[in-house]
Design a protein around this ligand. Sequence first.
Ligand code: BDR
Ligand code: CA
Length: 319
Amino acid sequence: TTKIILDTDPGIDDAMAILFAEASPEIELVGLTTVYGNADIDISTRNALYLKQRFGFKCDVAQGASKPLKRQPVGASIAVHGENGFGDVKIKAPTISADPRPAHQYIIETVKASPGEITLVAVGPLTNLALALEQAPEITKLVKEVVIMGGAFGTHEHTGNVTPFAEANVYDDPHAADTVFTADWPVTVIGLDVTHEAFFSTDYIDTLRDTCGDVGEFVWDISRFYLDFYKSRMGVNGCFVHDSSAIAYVIDPSLFEVRGGPIRVVCDGPAEGMTLQKHNDTKHKADEWADWPAQNVAVKVNDQALLDLYLDTITSYSS
Ligand code: BDR
Ligand code: CA
């Protein structure tokens, strides 16, 4: 099994990914670290604690950053995830509390306690990971792997989702993302290039509700608001598989095809938050790009196998 710390801004698709990680026998969910993003930090932490208590997770929860490193905060995605981050489904206030340490400190200490064993999976803005790197750069040698949901590399017709060029998690804190991508640790980026290629249809989510007990019902309930957003914005019956795709990569990397090369982020101007990779087919000889480590960008996904994996995993968890 792979031990993970999941850095997250729950968030509807974050909740789906958290439940996927908890349910998977291939993953040991050691900690949930929270970050602002889909909702503000108090709400995102409250939602992580709610999931832990309601579904009986053993993992720690540590609260992280409330704002980006440098840029002006973009603000919560209320139109996508609702005022309460869970599509405005009423939830009881959790009666458990978070670890006293801030998320970046929790990450540093947990990684140091199990050298070579922890995979960091981040499915929100990358501020906590950047703060951990800033405070303890030596963790680059101690983390097993870093898996990020974020970015848009334009390998298909898809480009950004918050601007024509930027994906939300990277756009929320481009400086943090650039720090994480250029650090000397093994990063795999699961961006819109692949998350827009996998689709949870409304029928699929109905099946989750009908066959996956309490977990399936919860996912169905919180996804009503999210699906309405997709319907009104894009005219589709379903939603893309963003955060759960990063978990799927941890469980079975063979579902994805990746491309190697250094990654940078545009940190200001009209293309703010745009991600770029100088992959091996890039014709231009650009020696300065040799300064940054080659990372992996996912360019293809076996979407049917991913959907089967999600359903099978949640089904066996709930039975
Ligand atoms: C990402 O942005 C958030 O709204 C989702 O939770 C996901 O992590 C997709 O761009
Ligand atoms: Ca997210």
